[in-house]
Design a protein around this ligand. Structure first.
Ligand SMILES: Cc1cc2nc3c(=O)[nH]c(=O)nc-3n(C[C@H](O)[C@H](O)[C@H](O)COP(=O)(O)O)c2cc1C
Length: 329
């Protein structure tokens, strides 16, 4: 299982709150059979104290899929990891990258870059609790920390607890003064530092994350020696550009997928979602970028975003929007 996950992690879609929910992941999986998908972050207090097990719901088709947890209490994280593994997630990822206020107040996310021993304890407790692999997503440092020193020390300490796979967002987080959104854009990217980590820790599986906008850029990082590449915003906004060619080009298997076929394959999924009481827009909001940059994309986006909230809206709206794409080619 771990080998398969390591392979899938050559390319992954990053965890993104409010974006990589189960509907988004279902769509992404139609575009690539092979990439590793991540959930939105789920906090361990929400699962363990709040009993919010509905946050773990997902479709079997999404696999391979990793659950991302946020937390800093080893016992609670172990229990949350156990719940995640029992729900079928094959990897549990710990978030050491999120700079938001809400997360800081609970002492988790990027602020834990300052407490590698605690992170190691968390990882160890999670690993002892489950058979599934435990991985970490981190930054290169926070605030006034010196990434050149802090990042290797962090990886050294945390990997000593048994974590073998890290995704590194190649920029610092500033815990005061920058919003979470600014923290994804303003601190400069330091890819050379991340590449040096691969040389320092050749036995670990390291993925680079942050600012990667094309599949070609991802391939360049793999060629430069990284084990994996994690893509967030570009995969969300232009899923076809990143994912349609991923299987043949990154994994050397299968064929390029077709976004029109993916849109059609969403129809029965949408039917099922609606008949279980869901709303069309909950699914179609993740499909708006499916044809980004292609003829007909504007009408596709407009029809879905204007129509999907109407109470009578159903799969026919998606077919109507798709007709514009098919006419345009
Ligand atoms: C809307 C949004 C929500 C995010 N939520 C999370 C999250 O829940 N957990 C996490 O580790 N990172 C989160 N991130 C950060 C991404 O995983 C990623 O590290 C970041 O966007 C940089 O990669 P990119 O430049 O490819 O987007 C989020 C990013 C965005 C845009």
């Amino acid at each position: 299982m771990k080998n398969n996950l390591q392979k899938a992690a050559r390319l992954s879609v990053a965890p993104m709150m409010d974006w990589t929910d189960r509907h988004c992941r279902f769509l992404h999986r139609l575009l690539s059979r092979e990439v590793l998908l991540y959930t939105e972050m789920v906090t361990s207090p929400a699962l363990v104290r709040g009993g919010a097990l509905h946050l773990l719901a997902h479709s079997p088709e999404e696999h391979p899929v990793a659950l991302q947890l946020g937390g800093s209490d080893p016992t609670e994280l172990a229990e949350a990891a156990r719940l995640g593994a029992a729900a079928g997630y094959e990897e549990i990822n710990l978030n050491i990258g999120c700079p938001s206020d809400r997360v800081q107040s609970g002492t988790f996310g990027a602020v834990l870059m300052k407490q590698p021993e605690l992170v190691a304890d968390c990882v160890k407790a999670m690993q002892d609790a489950i058979g599934a692999e435990v991985t970490v997503k981190c930054r290169i440092g926070v605030d006034e920390q010196e990434p050149e020193q802090v990042l290797p020390a962090f990886i050294e300490t945390v990997s000593a607890s048994g974590c073998r796979r890290f995704s590194i967002h190649a920029r610092k987080a500033w815990l005061q003064g920058l919003s979470p959104k600014e923290n994804r854009d303003i601190p400069p990217l330091d890819y050379p530092l991340v590449l040096r980590m691969k040389a320092t820790f050749p036995h670990l599986h390291l993925s680079v994350n942050g600012g990667i906008e094309t599949l070609q850029q991802a391939l360049n990082f793999l060629e430069a020696g990284m084990d994996g590449v994690m893509i967030g915003r570009a995969a969300y906004h232009q899923p076809a550009d990143i994912l349609c060619d991923a299987d043949p080009r990154v994994f050397g298997v299968g064929q390029a997928s077709d976004p029109v076929e993916a849109a059609r394959a969403m129809l029965p999924y949408i039917e099922a979602h609606l008949s279980s009481g869901g709303k069309l827009a909950q699914v179609t909001r993740h499909m708006l970028g499916l044809f980004a940059g292609r003829p007909g994309a504007r009408q596709w986006r407009r029809i879905l975003s204007e129509g999907a909230h109407k109470p009578s809206a159903g799969p026919a709206l998606v077919e109507q929007a798709l007709a514009h794409i098919l006419q345009a080619v």
